[in-house]
Design a protein around this ligand. Structure first.
Ligand code: GLN
Length: 382
């Protein structure tokens, strides 16, 4: 028989799987794929156990359990000063990746254009293509990865349906400023362009900066899917649980896709997250300080190395330039780091359609201090 042509001919195995496998095979410290090597809050872990034993083991409501949606709505109001309706604007999803796919699938028509800002997290492009739309890539300017608003405006056409933003930004660690948000308001005013705010690192932002969620801005929120991740916030990336906040009309369409992608998300995890959000709201308020200490430790340890770069403004990733160490391209350099030096990292060029000349790699600092020390000891020898 003849198998069908690939629907994603240009897509290979995600870099996160490639590098985590390579790290495991070679016994390297994995600073590549972004996940903590420490556990979530004890209250959260104990609560899962309690809810499993109590019998919360059947399907949750398709939209998420009301208790958790209420807590999400309360948090949004507390942090972003908007009352969102837990019934009609909040949906719990099986991770942010599912939410991003559902958001894209629910609004793009074949032939629509979707603008992504490169380097772009690698789940955007395939979701756009699988839904028959056309990704349009606008390159952020290295090394600070700021957005050239003229370049973005030039990429907008009558076919632009959606623009995907991500702040704090993975992989670069850059964050959007108030001026950026004003530019965005002006860009979309009078259009039907929709937005995705990929806010998964909303609580991991440094140096006193505040996360500027689209939820805060009425003229942006009316056209936005705002997506976040409990995995990042509660150190439980393997739970694959997140949520989407969007105005009722968009949520209505979003749920039509979500209900047939996953239907619902694991019940006991939802009950446990509702408990921790209710009982320990300080957890996410303390995350900036918690991760800033790790960012600073990592950068301080790396001062003795020949890597260079400015500290990340947000996310748990630090991008560093290795041009003083090697002429290898970034993929080859990451392979060398993993196999020969014993530390895995992520190459930056894989997130760009047309990668500019750059020698940058991304390290994840969501690790115990001891892990960071051991990794940096190896890296400073280069
Ligand atoms: N968000 C994680 C990172 O950027 C990876 C998630 C995944 O592996 N799908 O490292």
């Amino acid at each position: 028989m003849k198998y069908p042509e690939s629907k994603l001919p240009e897509i290979g195995t995600t870099i996160f799987t490639v590098m985590s496998q390579m790290a495991a095979e070679h016994g390297a410290i994995n600073l590549a794929q972004g996940f903590p090597d420490f556990n979530g809050p004890k209250l959260l872990l104990d609560a899962v156990n309690t809810h499993v034993v109590k019998g919360q083991n059947q399907y949750a409501p398709m939209t998420g359990i009301p208790e958790l949606r209420e807590q999400i709505a309360l948090k949004v109001e507390r942090l972003y000063q908007r009352k969102v309706c837990a019934q009609t604007e909040v949906t719990v999803t099986s991770g942010a990746t599912e939410a991003i796919y559902a958001a894209i699938a629910s609004v793009v028509q074949p032939g629509d254009e979707v603008i992504v800002l490169d380097p772009a997290f690698d789940c955007y492009n395939p979701a756009i293509i699988l839904n028959g739309a056309i990704p349009v890539h606008v390159q952020l300017q290295a090394p600070s990865f700021t957005l050239d608003w003229h370049a973005l405006a030039a990429a907008v056409t009558a076919k632009t349906r959606l623009i995907i933003f991500n702040s704090p930004h993975n992989p670069s660690g850059a964050v959007m400023s108030e001026a950026d948000l004003q530019q965005l308001e002006a860009l979309v005013a009078g259009t039907d362009i929709l937005l995705i705010g990929d806010d998964v690192y909303e609580h991991i932002i440094f140096d006193g900066a505040e996360h500027l969620s689209f939820v805060k801005y009425p003229r942006l929120y009316e056209r936005s899917f705002v997506i976040s991740s409990f995995g990042k916030t509660y150190h439980v990336t393997g739970w694959k649980i997140g949520y989407c906040v969007a105005p009722p009309q968009l949520t209505h369409e979003f749920r039509k896709v979500h209900q047939f992608l996953n239907f619902c998300t694991a019940s006991p995890l939802q009950y446990a997250l509702a408990d921790v959000m209710r009982e320990q709201p300080e957890h996410y308020l303390q995350l900036p300080a918690f991760y800033q200490q790790k960012r600073d430790l990592f950068n301080q340890l790396m001062e003795k190395s020949r890597f260079s770069g400015a500290p990340a403004s947000g996310s748990y990733f630090q991008v560093l330039d290795y041009s003083r160490i090697s002429d290898l391209d970034d993929m080859a350099f990451c392979e060398y780091l993993t196999k020969e030096i014993g530390v895995a990292a992520i190459p930056m060029s894989v997130f760009c359609k047309n990668p500019p000349a750059m020698k940058l790699v991304r390290f994840c600092f969501a690790k115990n201090d001891q892990t960071l020390r051991e990794a940096c000891e190896k890296l400073v020898q280069l």
